[in-house]
Design a protein. Structure first.
Length: 233
């Protein structure tokens, strides 16, 4: 029994740009999947092509209401020798992703877990940032309320300075500009900030400047586009 961790794209770009042919072929032949969103998973499978008709492929939906019992049942009822694919909404499954619960259960049940190469916005952004790639922390989302958000950004900056640790976070695309402005008025002049937008897509754009330099630069185009924020004090 094998659980395959199969990355999906970060945006609208050809699979050949972000998924090796071997992984595409593997994903195309599987008949059982666990996904955050069945519609998105079907779009991914349609993009790469499948050996079976889409209607014949079982896709279990993993969401906030999914229980451990549900996950155990999905794995327990799979035919002997079955191989199941786990996919995320974007990028690598189980990294900053609820799929980690499925992986943990697979290990408890003695399944073989096989991770496959594909795009991770966290790793791609870190690679391209020029910031410390040996000590880093991914925080997910900052608080939404401005006062709490600014306090948290400063706290992460303190950690960054103390441990020389790159801080990585994401934001809901429609709040990207607000996050960028918050960083400009919250972080120190010398802190290095990298903005990584639309990774692996045609409008990919990555730039690292100090906060002081960002204040003088033309504002980046971040509105409603997936972006990663990385900074190092």
């Amino acid at each position: 029994m094998i659980l395959h961790l199969i990355p999906v794209g970060l945006g609208a770009s050809a699979p050949a740009l972000w998924l090796p042919p071997t992984v595409q072929e593997l994903a195309a032949r599987l008949r059982f999947y666990i996904a955050e969103n069945a519609k998105t998973a079907r779009a991914f499978l349609k993009l790469i092509g499948t050996h079976s008709e889409l209607r014949d492929i079982t896709i279990h939906t993993l969401n906030r209401d999914t229980t451990l019992e549900d996950i155990r049942a999905w794995l327990s009822t799979a035919p002997d020798g079955a191989e199941i694919g786990l996919v995320s909404e974007a990028g690598c499954p189980a990294v900053a992703d609820p799929g980690a619960r499925v992986v943990a259960q697979a290990h408890r049940m003695g399944w073989r877990v096989m991770p496959w190469t594909g795009p991770s916005s966290i790793m791609l952004g870190l690679m391209a940032s020029g910031l410390d790639g040996q000590r880093f922390a991914f925080h997910g989302y900052a608080p939404v309320k401005s006062t709490e958000r600014d306090t948290q950004l400063r706290a992460w900056e303190t950690l960054s300075r103390k441990h020389h640790q790159t801080q990585i976070l994401i934001e809901t695309p429609y709040r990207n500009e607000a996050m960028f402005e918050a960083m400009l008025h919250t972080l120190h002049d010398t802190t290095q900030l990298c903005l990584a937008r639309s990774l692996t897509c045609e409008d990919e754009w990555i730039r690292t400047l100090s906060i002081a330099q960002w204040r003088k630069a033309p504002p980046p185009e971040l509105a409603r586009r997936p972006a990663l924020f990385l900074y190092l004090a």
